[in-house]
Design a protein around this ligand. Structure first.
Ligand code: HEM
Length: 285
């Protein structure tokens, strides 16, 4: 799932799937893992802006941040260099880097895009897209395999159609979208996986229904919402279209480990291992 998301985003953002890219300090997945852990972890300077930086040096956080930044920066530098190479054949479809370089060359626009801006946009896309999409796919499949009724229904659907607080200035506000989405006043049996609960109630995921905000809301909501939905739906739908999914070794549905690993994206603590058998459409009728 991670490789799939990574390859799709790579193609859209950089034009290559940068498969198997090796960084100075390790593999791409490790670098993204590192960045995600660092972003979601405790940083003393977030809480004590004056002396926190010193604490972060002592705990080694500064060093880790530096290493992670260097790794990613080297990668983005290479991507820009490759795109600026005069020998590079004109691509059939422009990727996001091409679009940004085009904007940077265009002297008629008011936007002044420098190299550092482009790297920041690439980093945003990269970190915002790869892990979020793959984590969502894994959880969707894990919930479906625990719930054969919902899985059958999803497969059948694919077959028909795929279809008031005062806050001080500069306070870092973290909205607990997780708790909002599980508010028993809004949702009956909030912890249960009941996909039908969303049918016909007019609650959407696009930031307008505050009781359910998987992509956030307002000016800083996820700009990759359409792409995220498309890649998750397309992948999960294809996996369900082609295969039936069972737990290995006679493991019972209620025995599947659903522990969560804390981080910026809540990953599945124990990797999901399933047995795929070819789906028989005659049986589903
Ligand atoms: C299932 C997949 C995804 C989920 C669940 C997801 C979720 C989110 C959430 C909750 C936020 C924070 C919104 C807020 O603060 O209100 C966010 C921000 C963001 N997402 Fe996504 N996202 C997904 C896929 C993507 C993709 C595919 C891209 C890029 C192609 C992307 C790029 C970004 C960026 C750049 C931000 C930061 C926006 C800002 O701070 O202004 N995301 N995403």
């Amino acid at each position: 799932m991670f490789s799939l998301s990574n390859n799709v985003i790579g193609k859209i953002a950089f034009g290559t799937s940068h498969r198997g890219n090796q960084f100075e300090y390790g593999k791409l997945k490790d670098i993204i893992d590192d960045a995600m852990t660092l972003l979601s972890g405790f940083s003393a300077s977030d809480f004590f802006p004056s002396i926190g930086g010193l604490l972060d040096v002592v705990t080694g956080l500064q060093w880790k941040l530096g290493r992670c930044f260097k790794n990613l920066d080297t990668f983005f530098e290479k991507v820009l260099e490759e795109h600026l190479d005069p020998a590079r054949p004109k691509p059939q479809h422009e990727d996001i880097t091409d679009v940004m370089l085009g904007l940077a060359k265009d002297r008629t626009t008011v936007i002044r895009l420098e190299k550092e801006h482009m790297k920041a946009v690439l980093l945003d896309i990269f970190l915002g897209a790869v892990d979020t999409s793959s984590v969502t796919m894994i959880w969707a499949l894990a919930e479906l395999v625990k719930n054969p009724r919902a899985m059958k229904k999803a497969q059948a659907e694919i077959h028909c159609k795929i279809g008031g607080y005062e806050i001080d200035v500069k306070t870092r506000v973290l909205v607990n979208a997780w708790a909002i989405g599980r508010d028993p006043k809004m949702w009956k049996d909030p912890e249960a996986f009941i996909p039908e609960r969303f049918e016909g109630i007019g609650v959407d995921y696009k930031g307008q229904s505050f009781e359910f905000l998987p992509f956030g809301s307002g000016r800083r909501m996820c700009p990759g919402i359409n792409m995220g939905i498309m890649s998750v739906e397309f992948t999960v739908a294809n996996l369900l279209h082609c295969f039936d999914w069972k737990l290995p070794g006679g493991l019972k549905e209620e025995e599947l480990n659903m522990e969560e690993e804390f981080g910026l994206n809540i990953r599945k603590k124990v990797p999901l291992k399933l047995v795929a058998t070819k789906h028989n459409w005659e049986e589903n009728k």
